[in-house]
Design a protein around this ligand. Structure first.
Ligand code: FES
Length: 151
């Protein structure tokens, strides 16, 4: 039996740990992300550990990164969801001021040296933003038993 054709477009090259093509997961409505506004934070599993990520809109495009500074692996926002500087131009870590380009997450100044933020791929269609899990960044597992247990 022939192998299925490799996916094209936004699914090209994305594989989950089990070897299947990663499916995009719903993140938030497009309207939740104002241009250079507050970010939308979300929970993920990074290398099997709970962690936070964020998505924001910059020059019309949705970008997403782990909320994890390249200098010291701590969360970077000044207040919840607030990652940009006064001019709304750069992502600036609230701890020691590392400055990142929102377009690709590269460090531009400060103690992050030549490292970059861990990017999460996104796609936006029909008024909805989706994110793609990767080998390292996975969705939080849904614990049905915990949901059903009495409080
Ligand atoms: S922890 Fe972000 S600049 Fe130091």
């Amino acid at each position: 039996m022939p192998e299925p054709a490799a996916p094209a477009g936004p699914l090209a090259g994305r594989t989950a740990p089990h070897g299947k093509v990663a499916e995009p997961l719903p993140l938030c409505p497009s309207s939740a992300l104002a241009e250079r506004g507050l970010a939308f934070g979300f929970d993920v599993q990074l290398w099997g550990q709970s962690a936070r990520a964020f998505a924001l809109r910059f020059d019309g495009r949705v970008v997403a990164y782990m909320n994890r500074c390249a200098h010291v692996p701590v969360e970077m926002d000044w207040q919840a969801g607030d990652f940009l500087d006064h001019e709304r131009r750069w992502i600036v870590c609230s701890i020691h001021g590392a400055t990142y380009d929102p377009v690709h997450g590269h460090c531009l100044a400060g103690p992050c040296a030549k490292r970059r933020l861990m990017a999460i791929e996104t796609v936006e269609r029909d008024g909805q933003v989706y994110w793609y899990p990767s080998r390292d960044i996975q969705p939080v597992a849904f614990d049905a038993a915990a949901e059903e247990s009495p409080r």
